[in-house]
Design a protein around this ligand. Structure first.
Ligand SMILES: [Zn+2]
Length: 428
């Protein structure tokens, strides 16, 4: 049931990437109102203009609140919801100690359903309207996630995680079953409502060359699908990849050789990249996904945002739940800011918000549908209270301009700052 609405507040839209304009602020247009009809954004401008556009619409006045496109989280593992914030391990031990035992449980469709619902409830409460998630090796885990997202009207991406080696018994598929199950899931789900399928080899250490080749073949048969995986997260992992693929020129080559490098490819982390890898990623227009809370939590390293942006890479932002330590894209923006500081280049609030909305939407190749407030876009919105806690309120009260008012919420805000969330033109 859609109907027409006008939301008043500080409506923030982008006319360009703030990484490409002279100053980040120049990329931003702030309007006083946005009009929604039948699940779409139909206009933004002055309140009078929106009222003239839709005289019958219900008006919701948000006063000084900020109205943004809903957050887009470009790399998560929804099955890790219940093991978020597990102590003391680095990547490989973390997978073996915490992740794999939990993922084992997702062959149980009822458990998968419970966690899918819990995950989407938590992320919606944090203002995240679109996610791109890894599932587990079980087709049931994909069915559960798509079923839960479909009921909420959400635009989401997921795919069956494929692993046929270096994972415990019960959590390995085969070359053939990975291909067959993935193909059946594409046919069942891809393009249903707002759902999209991503071909999902977990990372090259857990797939044989034969399985990577089968995934590459599947992608060439279904070029409309995204492909998601992990790349160069930790130095130990890179050494391990070298021993598993002695012929490969570098980590990216273990994907490239098997047809798993492409414009609709998403490469999570991408921290310790070689020159050749950067060059090839840029050449293909592939997307790198920055997961700053995960990179500090698991101790992986510092993503080179400034360098990679300057060379024209396509970059999204993500929580990497549950390797990441938060469901909140606000907390994730704060971590991206901190990582930027450690690399010598602080990110502007306009850049952080762009990464969490339009940047991630661009990584998912959905920038014409979500991630910005503009006529014709799908109406996924988040409304933020910029004084949501006493600590934030006393700081934003001192603000000389909008950016100074916004920044404390990006650094210190959480789900308490999220006052309203809209999905596909419907208030949640
Ligand atoms: Zn991940």
């Amino acid at each position: 049931m859609h109907s027409n609405f006008i939301l008043r507040g500080h409506v923030l839209s982008y006319s360009a990437s703030p990484f490409e304009t002279q100053t980040p602020e120049e990329a931003v247009v702030v309007s006083a109102a946005v009009a929604l009809a039948e699940g779409r954004i139909v206009g933004c401008g002055t309140f009078e203009e929106m009222k003239a556009l839709q005289p019958q619409a219900e008006v919701i006045d948000h006063g000084a609140r900020l109205i943004l496109a809903g957050f887009v989280d470009a790399h998560v593992h929804y099955p890790q919801t219940a093991i978020i914030a597990s102590w003391g391990k680095r990547l490989i031990d973390w997978l073996n100690s915490y992740t794999f035992p939990e993922e084992m449980r997702f062959g149980d469709a009822a458990y998968a359903q419970e966690i899918a619902e819990r995950y989407l409830d938590l992320t919606l409460a944090n203002g995240t309207t679109t996610v791109c998630s890894f599932a587990t090796i079980h087709p049931e885990s994909v069915d559960a996630f798509f079923t839960a997202a479909k009921a909420r009207g959400q635009r989401v991406v997921t795919g069956k995680t494929c692993m046929d080696r270096n994972a415990p018994e019960g959590l390995r598929d085969t070359v053939q079953s990975a291909y067959d199950d993935s193909k059946a899931l594409i046919e069942r789900w891809h393009g249903v409502d707002r759902l999209e399928y991503a071909i999902t080899p977990r990372f090259s250490p857990t797939s044989t060359p034969e399985q990577l080749a089968a995934m590459g073949a599947l992608w060439s048969e279904h070029p409309e699908c995204l492909m998601q995986t992990h790349l160069s997260e930790q130095l130990d992992e890179i050494e391990w990849v070298k021993t598993l693929f002695p012929q490969a020129r570098d980590y990216l080559d273990t994907y490239e050789e098997f047809g798993l490098l492409g414009a609709r490819g998403l490469y999570g982390h991408a921290i310790h990249l070689q020159e050749r890898e950067r060059h090839r990623l840029r050449e293909y227009g592939a997307a790198l996904v920055h997961c700053p809370t995960s990179n500090t939590f698991i101790g992986s390293g510092l993503f080179d945002m400034a360098g990679l942006m300057a060379e024209g890479q396509r970059i999204g932002l993500a929580t990497d739940t549950g390797g990441g330590s938060s469901f909140s894209m606000l907390r994730t923006m704060a971590a991206a800011y901190e990582v930027g500081q450690l690399r010598g280049r602080p990110l502007h609030a306009a850049e952080l918000i762009w990464l969490a909305t339009q940047g991630s939407a661009t990584a998912l190749r959905m920038e014409d549908k979500i991630g910005n407030i503009a006529p014709g876009m799908e109406a996924d919105l988040v409304v933020l209270d910029l004084s949501s806690t006493p600590a934030i309120a006393q700081r934003s009260a001192r603000a000389a301009d909008l950016w100074e008012a916004v920044f404390p919420t990006l650094m210190m805000g959480d789900d308490r700052a999220v006052t309203e969330v809209w999905v596909n033109g419907q208030r949640q």
